[in-house]
Design a protein around this ligand. Structure first.
Ligand code: FAD
Length: 369
């Protein structure tokens, strides 16, 4: 049986491994961590409250195919994410909507009034070159300063002007009352959590899973029919052109034994005050009912596990140099958020993994059967 090595047991690795196993290949999956799920891993804290170990993960997608594929391994609980920002002593919805504008400025505008307000304050630019220009062009300087400038400084360790326009472009601006963070067709959470879903995806007689096992590209690559690599692309090549920039997070937890809930919504952003960016109360999203609740504060850091690729022109140039090396290795597939250095959501990683598995099967199947 042809054997394929999959490096990483997150979405990219687990989905590819399952597809390859079902296509008849033997698959060895290794992950340096002692658990499956990659950054989507969840586990109960010492008080029994289910937490996402690497920050809040909300599943949302417009892809019926991705949802159908994952639904083979999990049921779902409906969940629509809502976020408030703490600004000048007020809690206001994010993304910006009618309530945000009215509350921040003490107004009572209808939808058309909010559109007129934004039109009056925005500083139009024909083609915004960075996130600052994009925000000034859509919401003007005051909203940009109160809701985004400080948050971005903390989150990215960079000014808005140093980030590509796509970073701020991820957050819509609304004139109506919709206060959902996402508007995708499907918004839900795995009924038994992410880790349970990953265990089922990887539970296949042709998949051999080895946790706490680091793959070293310099030594471990040669003996496989194919390697699927889902770790950081610069790491695969020994960072020979220099390290790609990533942002990481440090988490601080605070347990409240006597409260069922402590926040009005799952996430409260703190754009300006404090060193942390946001506080999350996971029980809102997991649907867990239990005594006590746990809050998690996120402190962005430059060091630590790579969580966020930094989206700007400089890092894209460096990534493209590594990408050229990757393209010259047909026996290795690079897939996922770190291997493709893309700010992918989970559903995008699943879609990319399904495409990658399809390509590998088409290439190796005649020899593998
Ligand atoms: P990862 O999950 O990073 O998995 C890669 C795995 O490879 C890791 O487990 C790592 O240990 C392993 N690995 C790397 N190198 C090696 C090696 N040399 N040897 C062995 N193992 C190795 N997406 C959403 O859709 N909704 C959200 O709400 C959301 N929130 C997020 C919040 C945070 C704080 C972060 C960081 C991400 C969020 N995402 C969210 C994105 C989501 O986490 C990713 O899209 C997805 O988890 C990426 O999966 P992956 O398999 O590509 O990478």
């Amino acid at each position: 049986m042809t054997e394929i090595l999959v490096v990483g047991a997150g979405f990219a690795g687990a989905v590819t491994a399952r597809e390859l196993a079902e296509a008849g290949f033997g698959v060895r999956v290794v992950d340096a961590r002692d658990h499956v799920g990659g950054n989507a891993y969840d586990a109960p804290d010492p008080h029994g409250v289910l937490l996402h170990r690497y920050g809040p993960h909300i599943f949302h997608t417009n892809s019926d195919r991705v949802l159908a594929w994952l639904s083979r391994f999990t049921g779902w609980r409906p969940y629509e994410h809502r976020v408030l920002a703490s600004v000048d002593g007020m809690l206001v919805p994010v993304p910006i909507n009618r309530t945000t504008i009215n509350r921040l400025y003490g107004l009572d505008l209808d939808e058309a009034g909010v559109a007129r307000h934004l039109e009056a304050v925005r500083r139009p630019v024909e083609r915004p070159a960075n996130s600052e220009e994009l925000l000034l062009a859509t919401i003007g300087p005051d909203l940009c300063d109160r809701l985004f400038r400080g948050y971005s400084r903390k989150q990215w360790g960079r000014e808005l002007s140093e980030l590509g326009p796509q970073v701020a472009g991820r957050i819509p601006v609304r004139t109506g009352d919709d206060d959902r963070y996402f508007t995708d067709t499907h918004q839900c959470m795995p009924a038994d959590g992410y880790t349970a879903m990953f265990r089922r995806i990887l539970d296949h007689p042709r998949i051999r899973l080895e946790l706490a096992t680091r793959f070293d590209p310099a030594h471990d690559g040669g003996r496989w029919a194919h390697v699927v690599y889902t770790g950081p692309i610069d790491g695969f090549f020994g960072q020979r052109f220099g390290p790609l920039p990533y942002r990481s997070l440090r988490f601080e937890t605070e347990h409240h034994p006597d409260r069922e809930f402590a926040l009005p919504v799952a996430t409260v952003n703190h754009p300006n005050a404090h060193a942390y960016t946001r506080i999350t109360e996971f029980k809102h999203m997991t649907g867990q009912r239990c005594r006590g609740t746990t809050l998690v504060r996120e402190y962005p850091t430059a060091d630590g596990p790579p969580f966020y690729p930094v989206p700007n022109a400089q890092s894209e140039q460096l990534y493209l140099r590594y990408r050229a090396l990757a393209d010259a290795l047909p026996e290795v597939s690079f897939v996922g958020r770190l291997a493709e250095y893309r700010y992918y959501n989970m559903d995008q990683v699943v879609a990319a993994a399904l495409r990658t598995a399809g390509r590998i099967v088409a290439r190796l199947a005649p020899a593998g059967r």
